[in-house]
Design a protein around this ligand. Structure first.
Ligand code: FES
Length: 264
């Protein structure tokens, strides 16, 4: 049985940075949360100086491309942090500084977001993410046993980041997992070693059980032609029109008041 956080002795409740951790979920919720207190003795960090914070050109280009999509560039914060996480493996202080530098925001603002969204990692993790859904449909189909088997099989492998997750929206393939972004299910316990071996080899995981390979009712749906590793990009022909926010602004209609005023 999991030990409740509140029942831990005080010395076990110290975070990785040496500061006291915050027992936010004293009722024993499995939801991880806000675990480290802010160090109020430190001065707030300023927006980093571009002259002293080198940013890898590819990362800078990716963040700037996200910023260009929105009228308020802060709307691109999550995408910017995700890009930095892909580059560094986690939202390290260095990664946060680089995003802050490009986006002209304070590191504190970015940390407040990186610590809220749980797919943004605030500690180093294994490069392969295995999110086992343990929400109701998956739980009824043996998700806890599946998670335990995954954790046991990867206990000595630092390359894996195995964790439970709330509903991933693929309840019809329960019990399922997102393996490096690829939805797979239903996964039986005896398939766990094969799945993990495929991840290690960089091969598609359980190809016949990937969500993208299932039949769909929509006759016009365009799906990837084969099984994928790491997410698999949606085929170009399946992409819809750009979101309204990405479209060129439409000028005033012919004959409208505004265009008449211009003509005068
Ligand atoms: S409950 Fe597992 S995907 Fe919905």
């Amino acid at each position: 049985m999991t030990k409740k956080r509140d029942s831990l002795p005080a010395e076990d409740r110290v975070g990785t940075n040496g500061r006291a951790s915050v027992p936010r979920f004293g009722h024993g919720s499995r939801v991880p949360g806000w675990d480290e207190a802010v160090d109020l003795r430190k001065d707030p960090a300023d927006v980093p100086d571009p002259a002293t914070v080198p940013v890898p050109p590819q990362l800078r280009a990716e963040i700037e491309a996200h910023m260009a999509k929105y009228p308020d560039h802060r709307s691109a914060v999550i995408a910017g942090l995700a890009a930095a996480q892909r580059h560094h493996g986690w939202c390290s202080p260095e990664a946060i500084d680089q995003v802050a530098c490009v986006m002209r925001l304070t590191p504190g603002y970015l940390v407040s977001i990186a610590t809220f969204y749980d797919m943004l990692e605030n500690q180093p993790v294994g490069r392969h993410s295995v999110y086992v859904c343990t929400n109701i449909s998956c739980s009824l189909c043996g998700a806890e046993e599946l998670l335990a088997a995954m954790e046991e099989a990867t206990a000595d492998d630092p390359d894996f980041n195995v964790r439970h997750f709330e509903c991933l929206g693929a309840c019809d393939i329960a019990p399922m997992a997102s393996v490096d972004g690829v939805y797979v299910g239903p996964i039986s316990l005896d398939e766990v070693p094969t799945l993990l071996e495929q991840v290690r080899e960089g091969a598609p995981v359980l190809p016949a059980k990937q969500l993208t390979q299932r039949a769909v009712a929509e006759p016009l749906a365009v799906l990837p032609k084969g099984p994928t590793t790491y997410g698999g990009r949606m085929p170009e022909e399946a992409l819809g029109p750009p979101a309204a926010i990405e479209q060129e602004p439409i000028g005033p209609a012919e004959g409208s008041k505004q265009s008449n005023e211009k003509a005068v």
